[in-house]
Design a protein around this ligand. Structure first.
Ligand code: ZN
Length: 235
């Protein structure tokens, strides 16, 4: 399986706290823990030529993992077009944390993806669909302290599945892990992962991302449904 980890990689260039937690950047950290005998991982960042995204590269990608925060507007529409097409054709997409506001997530959901937020909160995650493949071997509940608070209402269409719920010490709740299918593609959005905190070092978070990548990979034989104009079969 081939996974492409995409990172905006701008905080890493201006905030030494981020590179202290994730030396080499978030993309290389995530690529490092995903790489194993089953998964071949490559990375791309916003400052690569054309964001490191080409149709050829997406065609050989089973799952795209996307982390972004401040610079969603710098991703060209043409890149969002290519990713949308690839997802509809069966490529999996895993969106992390502030990728809720990415062009590609907003486009695939068709909503604003707005939410409440506040920095530096204690979060308790609950696994509410323990039999879901993305929840395999994940604890029933675990704490991230601190994580950035993301609170409801989260302006997304009703998800196919809510696998994880988050509760924050300020009292807010959030649909922290949600799935969608669009065309032949599978999409998972996961809320934790603020760049200033060691969230991606949490063993449950790592399991969830690894499980999500396996869940989102294209099913054999799936493909985009084409618009056709067939002759009648009868009459
Ligand atoms: Zn954040």
């Amino acid at each position: 399986m081939k996974v492409l980890v995409w990172n905006e990689n701008r905080h890493e260039k201006t905030d030494p706290r981020v590179t202290e937690i994730y030396p080499g950047g978030l993309h290389n950290f995530i690529a490092g823990f995903l790489s194993d005998g089953d998964i071949e991982v490559s990375t791309a960042t916003l400052d690569d030529e054309n964001c490191g995204i080409t149709e050829e590269r997406l065609a050989e990608t089973d799952v795209l993992v996307w982390w972004a925060h401040m610079c969603h507007h710098e991703v060209p529409d043409s890149v969002a077009d290519m990713i949308q097409k690839a997802v509809l054709g069966g490529m999996g997409l895993v969106l992390l944390h502030s990728a809720h506001f990415s062009k590609i997530f907003k486009r695939l959901t068709g909503t604003t993806c707005s939410l409440k937020w506040r920095d530096g909160a204690r979060e308790r995650i609950w696994t509410i669909k323990p039999n879901h493949p993305i929840a395999k071997d994940v604890d029933e509940t675990f704490v991230l302290d601190p994580e950035e608070m993301y609170g409801e209402p989260f302006d997304i269409p009703t998800p196919d599945e809510v696998v994880f719920m988050g509760w924050f010490a300020g009292g807010e709740v959030f649909r922290s892990g949600v799935t969608y299918r669009r065309g032949a593609g599978r999409i998972f959005y996961f809320q934790p992962g603020h760049e200033e905190y060691p969230t991606f070092r949490n063993k449950n978070v790592l399991k969830i991302i690894r499980n999500a990548v396996h869940w989102a990979k294209p099913e054999p034989g799936t493909h985009q449904i084409e618009c056709t104009n067939p002759a009648p079969l009868e009459g």
